[in-house]
Design a protein around this ligand. Sequence first.
Ligand code: NAD
Ligand code: TYD
Length: 352
Amino acid sequence: MKRSILITGGAGFIGSHVVRLFVTKYPDYHIINLDKLTYAGNLANLKDIEDAPNYTFVRADICDFDTVCSLFEQYAIDGVIHLAAESHVDRSIKDPFTFARTNVLGTLSLLQAAKHHWNGNWQGKRFYHISTDEVYGALQFDGSLFHETTKYDPHSPYSASKASSDHFVRAFHDTYGMPALVTNCSNNYGPYQFPEKLIPLFINNIRHGKPLPVYGKGENVRDWLYVVDHARAIDTIFHNGKDGETYNIGGFNEWKNIDIVKVLIKTVDRLLGNAPGTSDHLITYVTDRPGHDLRYAIDSTKLKTELGWEPSLQFEEGIEKTVRWYLDHHEWMDNITSGEYEKYYDDMYKNR
Ligand code: NAD
Ligand code: TYD
């Protein structure tokens, strides 16, 4: 095998797309997917590649330093693509400790294990940390964008924990010379996203005629990127990015929440054969999220000019594909909402 790459969080939403891309595109790489299988991890996301000869799944916690060290030894890891994290803002508001543990201490545990194992021999090594645009804080409705140089200003416990992990990665580059880089991406959408996030939650609720809880007035703006385009960017940056650098990844695709909700209603109703307007009454304005960031918008010009990456899908096309996917794969969704997928792991790991 030419390379041995540890991908963390590969059973989650974005991680599963990254694992699939690397396993299929690089048959001469060994891909080791390290995932704790929290509520957000789901091996059904990787059913199509689980038997690939260049793929190994390991169930472990990134905070378990001894296990992480032994994986570096056992598989002679030379590259890390680190996605494992607690990722939902609303959960971070209820339980910030779990976010600090996984996102900050878990990242530190991986960095320390890589440092021990690589032991100053940085040739051919790379630690790639996946972060979010939320670390930059909130923009006003003034056309401004997040640049790589924008000052960090996180507001939620989630973004504060991601900001802290980003600083640790940069500190390991600056202090020890570890070949490391960070990318900050905007909101992703697409297949296999856990239905606590806006787009899959609302598609599922429309399908079942359940209320659509829009926070505040629905005026907050997010910049949406199709998840496969994020995975393509990660591939480009892992191979061609420069150590010590930061790259912003975004879709130049800003939408107000309420406008996205209207597109989702229209698309789901059309694909289900409902008359236009059938599900409009499901929109329900609810109390706003505390500290709700007003607007995110990424400038990804650096990535385009230096590494030639651009999004491949227009939003209209991506949303149509996404809604179709969730309707066609409703068993995937039903397994999650019934909790069936977690029982599957309990059975699978009971005797190990
Ligand atoms: P996700 O919640 O869908 O998946 C996270 C995965 O990490 C799950 O498989 C979970 O089991 C695993 N995990 C959690 N804690 C772990 C631990 N202690 N040890 C090992 N594995 C653990 O998240 P996602 O949306 O796919 O996000 C992946 C990464 O991308 C995160 O780092 C997130 O901050 C970042 N990101 C997400 C978005 C987005 O829109 N979803 C945007 C930008 C950046
Ligand atoms: P989310 O998918 O949780 O991503 P993030 O908070 O990381 O941007 O939410 C996207 C936007 O949708 C955000 O502005 C919050 C809003 N939202 C709702 O209005 N209702 C909901 O039920 C959810 C989950 C999100």
